[in-house]
Design a protein around this ligand. Structure first.
Ligand SMILES: Cc1cc2nc3c(=O)[nH]c(=O)nc-3n(C[C@H](O)[C@H](O)[C@H](O)COP(=O)(O)OP(=O)(O)OC[C@H]3O[C@@H](n4cnc5c(N)ncnc54)[C@H](O)[C@@H]3O)c2cc1C
Length: 390
C-alpha cells in the first residue's frame, strides 16, 4: 500500500537510487523508491566492469552476481600492437541484472518501499521548493508528497531539469555508446582489452569485457562531438566485423555516459541529484557504477542527518554538495582534464606509447607507468596536460 507522504522519494532504481534508499532507510527515514521499468537492472546498459576493492566498500562480493573475475588489462594501439598491463586490483564483470536487484533487496531489507512500473513524470513544487512527485503507475496517476526527492534517474535524468537546474551536456562531454553481448568467441578471458585509435573510436575506446572464455560484452564509446557522422552502432559494427567476424550477437544495447566536469551544485530546495543524473561517472573511463553508489550512499546519509535534526532546509541539503565536492571534486576535475588531453592524442602517439611500454619489464608495466612513460616521451603532451591543470 503506497502512502500519500514519505520523508524521501528516490527516483530511479539503479546503483545510485538503491544505495540512497538503503542508506536513508538504515538511518530511520521513511523511503519510497520509484523505478519506471518493470524490473530493477533491466535493460542492462553497461559493460558491467568494476574494481573489486572499490566494490568491497559497499557490499560483500557474491558469486551469484559476479559473472567473471579478471586480473589483467591489454591495451591495443591503432597499429594493432598490444601492451599488457599489470593492475594491482582484481576486476569483476558483474551480472548487473542480478546485482541491481540485490542492491534493491538490501534497500528493502533496510526498510525502504520499492515500486517498479512507476514512472515519475513531474515534480510537485511550492514556488521553487520541491515537495513531492507526480507518478504514473500501471493503472493510475497519483501525487506523492515528500520532504526530499533524490533524483537518481540516470543519464536521461529529468528530475534536475524539472527542479530548475541546467543538467544537460555539451556533445564533447558526452560519450555515445553501443554494446553487444557476443557469444562463440575464443578469448583469453583473464584480460580486459581496450582498443584505441581514430579508426576505432575517436575520442574514446572500444572494449572487450569477457564474461567467460567464449562470451564478452563488446562495446564502443565515442566522444559525441567526434563521430564523423556515423552512429556508435556503425562504429561498433565495423569493429566487430574486423575483430570477431564469426561471433554471434546475443544482445545489444545503446546508451550514453556523461564525461563532464562536476556540476557546481547537486542540491536545491527539496532535492538532491546522484549518480549519472549528476554527471558523477568518471570523465576519463566512463565508469560510473562505483561513483553512483558513493553518491547514493552520501545522499542517504544526508537524508538521515536531516531526519535526526529535523532540518530539511536547502542549507542543510547543501552539506551534500559540499561533502561530495570535498571527497571527489578534485579527482573528477583531474580525470576531466586528462580526458581532454587524451582526446587530443594522435594515433602516432598511441603507437609510440605501446612501443615504449613493451620495452619495459613485465612487472613495471602498470597503469601508472602507461601515463608516466607516455608523458615522459611526449613533452608536448606533458605541456598540454600541464596547461589544462593550470
Ligand atoms: C554501454 C555502457 C557501458 C558501461 N560500462 C560501464 C562499466 O563497465 N563500468 C562502470 O562502472 N560503468 C559503466 N557504465 C556506466 C554505468 O552504467 C552508469 O554510470 C551507472 O549505471 C549509473 O548508475 P545510476 O544509478 O546513476 O543510473 P542508472 O543505472 O542509469 O539508473 C537510473 C534508473 O532510473 C530509472 N529512471 C529514469 N527515469 C525515471 C523516471 N522518470 N521515473 C522512474 N524511474 C526512472 C531508469 O529506468 C534506471 O533504472 C556504462 C554505461 C554504458 C552506457
Amino acid at each position: 500500500m503506497i502512502r500519500e507522504h514519505y520523508d524521501v522519494i528516490v527516483v530511479g532504481g539503479g546503483p545510485a537510487g538503491t544505495m540512497a534508499a538503503r542508506e536513508a532507510a538504515q538511518n530511520g527515514v521513511s523511503v519510497l523508491l520509484l523505478e519506471k521499468d518493470r524490473d530493477l537492472g533491466i535493460p542492462v546498459r553497461c559493460a558491467e566492469g568494476v574494481g573489486c576493492k572499490s566494490l568491497h566498500q559497499f557490499i560483500e562480493p557474491d558469486p551469484r552476481w559476479i559473472a567473471h573475475t579478471l586480473r589483467h588489462v591489454k591495451l591495443v594501439a591503432p597499429n594493432g600492437q598490444e601492451a599488457k598491463i599489470h593492475t594491482e586490483e582484481v576486476g569483476y564483470i558483474l551480472n548487473r541484472r542480478l546485482f541491481d536487484q540485490e542492491l534493491g533487496r538490501k534497500a528493502a531489507q533496510a526498510g525502504a518501499t520499492l515500486l517498479t512500473q512507476a514512472y515519475v513524470f513531474g515534480l510537485k513544487k511550492r514556488d521553487s521548493q520541491v515537495t513531492g512527485v507526480k507518478v504514473k503507475l500501471s493503472d493510475r496517476e497519483i501525487d506523492i508528497d515528500s520532504r526530499l526527492v533524490i533524483g537518481a534517474d540516470g543519464v536521461e535524468s529529468r528530475v534536475g531539469r524539472w527542479a530548475g537546474m541546467r543538467t544537460w551536456f555539451a556533445p564533447k562531454d558526452f560519450e555515445t555508446c553501443y554494446q553487444v553481448l557476443l557469444g562463440g568467441l575464443d578469448l583469453d578471458s583473464d584480460y580486459v582489452t581496450c582498443y584505441f585509435g581514430q579508426q576505432v573510436a575517436p575520442g574514446g575506446y572500444a572494449w572487450v569485457f569477457p564474461k567467460g572464455p567464449d562470451i564478452a560484452n563488446v562495446g564502443i564509446g565515442l566522444n559525441a562531438a567526434l563521430t564523423n557522422g556515423l552512429s556508435a552502432k556503425q562504429w561498433l559494427d565495423r569493429f566487430v566485423e574486423k575483430q570477431f567476424p564469426q561471433a554471434a550477437v546475443l544482445a545489444c544495447v545503446a546508451g550514453g555516459v556523461p564525461c563532464a566536469k562536476p556540476f557546481k551544485q547537486i542540491h536545491g530546495p527539496g532535492f538532491l541529484l546522484a549518480g549519472d543524473a549528476a554527471a558523477h561517472s568518471n570523465p576519463l573511463t566512463g565508469g560510473g557504477i562505483i561513483n553512483a553508489m558513493s553518491a547514493g550512499k552520501l545522499a542517504g546519509e544526508i537524508a538521515g542527518e536531516c531526519q535526526r535534526t529535523g532540518d530539511w532546509s536547502e542549507k542543510a541539503l547543501a552539506g551534500y554538495t559540499h561533502r561530495w565536492e570535498e571527497r571527489f571534486g578534485d579527482e573528477q576535475r583531474r580525470y576531466y582534464r586528462l580526458k581532454e588531453a587524451v582526446s587530443r592524442l594522435t594515433d602516432q602517439v598511441f603507437n609510440q606509447a605501446a612501443d615504449i611500454l613493451n620495452r619495459l619489464p613485465d612487472d613495471k608495466r602498470t597503469l601508472q607507468s602507461v601515463i608516466r612513460t607516455t608523458l615522459a616521451h611526449h613533452p608536448k603532451l606533458l605541456l598540454d596536460i600541464a596547461r589544462s591543470f593550470l
